[in-house]
Design a protein around this ligand. Structure first.
Ligand code: COA
Ligand code: AMP
Length: 637
């Protein structure tokens, strides 16, 4: 079945047979101040730690060493912002100066190794500069996606207790200016843990008023440090020290603080650039994601620079900035060789320009591969992209927790045959199994829970921020000896994985990971709501969108439509626009089992117009008819 030229099987087998030898070799792509005393120490951390004893600096590996070795004048970042009609090229040498200068400013605020710094920023070069500056001085950054509301930001403040927050006056979302400062102020008011100071980047699109004594103007401090030639050197840190915390949706409204280390992260990401993405140093690579997500962290900010590539920072959308040809323009103009985005972006383009008229205007001769991840890549979208682009379209599967692909098609090792609907095969270091509830492997082709045998490879989370117990409970307890991915799927006879959906309450909306449990908490907080359920329903563009069902308290006499509008506004206010929560439906009651469990799965099937069978344990079968009736005219059921 496999193309004969692929080295995949041999490489994968070696990583399984001799993980320390394999990752020890991969570590040679990184510059270390001190090598590891152990490539993998099974006695350290919760399930072992990679590169214990090694001393390194992530910023040095991303920037300084390339300046020292001949890339000073190569573009490190190409900032392309159709949202603001701005373009800017930043060379490695220029980036080094910016980063070392900002690092000095951070140190002026007393930010030291291990201190947390929150970034609540739009897609501007300063955000990347800030991330590298934190890495340079051993501070731990935590980037919060700009589409989250104040309450979500406050939760993260209280969990990681940052010394400093870096933010900007605004983001630009198409025609909408997102004023960050009021959200930031509200979050700080809500949080128990207040930062000592905030650094605010004033953008020309809107000027924010600064809070005296707390807020500082970013540009003024930068200019002063530059004028004094003040820079901060790279601080050697342990490979096992945290580089960043990235919060991701958990099964409750409290997000999980995924910790990423310095050493393992660099090794795995550097390995992936050549072996998975088949990109050479010096080439231009583009991940069209957001720095607030893991894809942005790994493949906008870090991996391309570890590998000496040029990264594109795109502040715009696939459509509407200004049209559905935007991606082709960026690829052509910047001679991009590989691009990585979510299938939803391609669905958006396909909807606006199904025949690829805009595509025909651009010359994509340098472009070799399109990579998709973040949600299930539906075969129709892949086929459309393949026919249009005439390059391989590669689906790969990963999670915030892993930081790089669990399964993919390693282009640099020789492409394996593509099977639509499958992200191909397990990457080296991941021993992926499909198991039943008893943790027994299921036969080929049969659906089950997808788990990864411990230890996880480098870059995967060693724990949750200061919550070893929650880490064990959430990921390691259910299937002893294995990491629970919370995805369900199957493996075929060629070892290809098929990822079919989550086993928890997480839904994937336009490639954004959201917790329906978190949304239910918001719905339940409305004064007129007695009971509620939120499910993800199929959406042609976003893959899934949330749909909330509410049961009103007895005696509520207001019009349901009015309450539904309030509910929609409440989710936007509490979680943020990114939740894309636009549909609340009032029902007389919710379908439940006799033991009181809400039948969300059956509700979803009804909403999606799929065939469904009456659950044997249902309390009252009539309720499902009521749900079907309530959905009529509201969704495509
Ligand atoms: N700051 C503030 N608001 C933001 C935001 C940000 N960084 N990102 C998104 N939002 C807002 C949007 O403006 C939208 O608001 P609205 O309800 O007022 O329209 C809302 O959050 C929902 O955003 P989204 O789901 O992204 O929908 P969209 O209609 O703006 O765009 C796509 C749809 C498909 C074009 C867009 O989702 C996309 O480009 N996706 C690419 C996928 C991606 O980046 N995935 C990340 C993982 S790889
Ligand atoms: P995130 O942590 O935001 O990257 O979301 C991770 C989740 O997105 C996974 O657990 C999957 O449910 C889903 N996902 C990511 N990539 C894929 C893919 N290629 N195919 C199917 N689902 C995916």
């Amino acid at each position: 079945m496999d193309a004969p030229i692929s080295r995949y099987h041999e490489v994968y087998a070696r990583a399984m047979r001799d993980p320390e030898g394999f990752w020890g070799d991969a570590a040679q792509a990184i510059d270390w101040y001190e090598p590891a005393t152990k490539v993998f120490d099974k006695h350290a951390g919760v399930y072992g730690r990679w590169f214990t004893g090694a001393v390194c600096n992530t910023c040095y590996n991303a920037i300084d060493r390339h300046v020292e070795r001949g890339r000073a004048n190569q573009a490190a970042i190409i900032y392309d912002s159709p949202a603001t009609q701005t373009k800017r090229v930043i060379t490695y040498a220029e980036l080094l100066l910016e980063v070392a200068t900002l690092a000095a400013v951070l140190r002026d605020f007393g930010v030291a190794k291990g201190d947390r710094v929150i970034l609540y920023m739009p897609m501007v070069p300063e955000a990347l500069v800030a991330m590298y500056a934190c890495a340079r001085i051993g501070a731990i950054h935590s980037v919060v996606f700009g589409g989250f509301a104040a309450k979500e930001l406050a939760t993260r403040l209280d969990d990681c207790k940052p010394k400093l927050i870096l933010s900007a006056s605004c983001g630009v979302e198409g025609a909408r200016i997102v004023h960050y400062k009021p959200l930031l102020d509200a979050a700080i008011d809500l949080a128990t843990s207040k930062p000592e100071a905030c650094l605010i980047l004033q953008r020309p699109q809107c000027e924010a008023s600064l809070t005296a004594g707390r807020d500082h103007d970013w540009a003024t401090l930068r200019a002063a440090a530059l004028a004094d030639n003040r820079t901060a050197p790279c601080l050697p840190v342990l490979a096992t020290d945290p580089l960043y915390i990235l919060y991701t949706s958990g099964t409750t409204g409290i997000p999980k603080g995924v910790v990423r280390d310095n050493g393992g992260h660099m090794v795995a990401l550097a390995w992936s650039m050549k072996n998975h993405y088949d990109v050479e140093p010096g080439e231009v690579y583009w991940a069209a994601s957001d720095i607030g997500w893991v894809v942005g962290h790994s493949y906008i900010v870090y991996a391309p620079l570890f590998h000496g590539c040029t990264t594109i920072l795109y502040e715009g959308k696939p459509v509407g900035t200004p049209d559905a040809g935007a991606f082709w323009r960026v690829i052509a103009e910047h001679k991009c060789v590989a691009m990585f985005t979510a299938p939803t972006a391609f669905r958006a383009i396909k909807k606006e320009d199904p025949n690829g008229k805009l595509f025909a205007r651009y010359d994509l001769k340098n472009f070799r591969t399109l990579f998709l991840a973040g949600e299930r890549a539906d075969p129709a979208t892949i086929e459309w992209a393949e026919q249009l682009l005439k390059v391989p379209v590669i689906d790969h599967w990963w999670q915030t927790e892993t930081g790089w692909a669990i399964a993919g098609n390693p282009m640099g090792l020789g492409m394996l045959p593509v099977k639509h609907g499958s992200p191909t095969v397990a990457m080296p270091g991941y021993d992926v199994r499909i198991v039943d509830d008893q943790c027994v492997e299921v036969p080929t082709g049969k659906m089950g829970s997808i788990v990864v045998k411990l230890p996880l490879p480098p870059s995967c989370l060693p724990t949750l921020w200061q919550q070893d117990e929650r880490f064990k409970e959430s990921y390691l307890a259910e299937f002893p000896g294995y990491y629970k991915t919370a995805d369900a799927g199957f493996k075929d006879a060629d070892g290809y994985l098929f990822i079919m959906g989550r086993t928890d309450d997480i839904i994937n909306v336009a490639g954004h990971r959201l917790s329906t449990g978190g949304m239910e908490e918001v719905l339940a907080s409305h004064k007129d709501v007695a009971e509620c359920a939120v499910i993800g329903i199929a959406d042609a563009m976003k893959g899934e969108v949330p749909c909330g069902f509410i049961v009103l308290k007895a005696g509520v006499n207001r019009a349901p439509e009015e309450i539904e509008r309030e509910i929609v506004a409440l989710v936007r206010e509490k979680i943020g626009p990114v939740a894309a929560f636009k549909l609340a439906i009032t029902v007389p009651r919710l379908p439940k089992t006799r033991s009181g469990k809400i039948l969300r799965g059956t509700m979803k099937k009804i909403a999606d117009g799929e065939t469904w069978s009456m659950p044997a344990t249902i309390e009252d079968p009539k309720v499902l008819e009521e749900i079907g009736g309530a959905l009529k005219g509201r969704v495509g059921a």
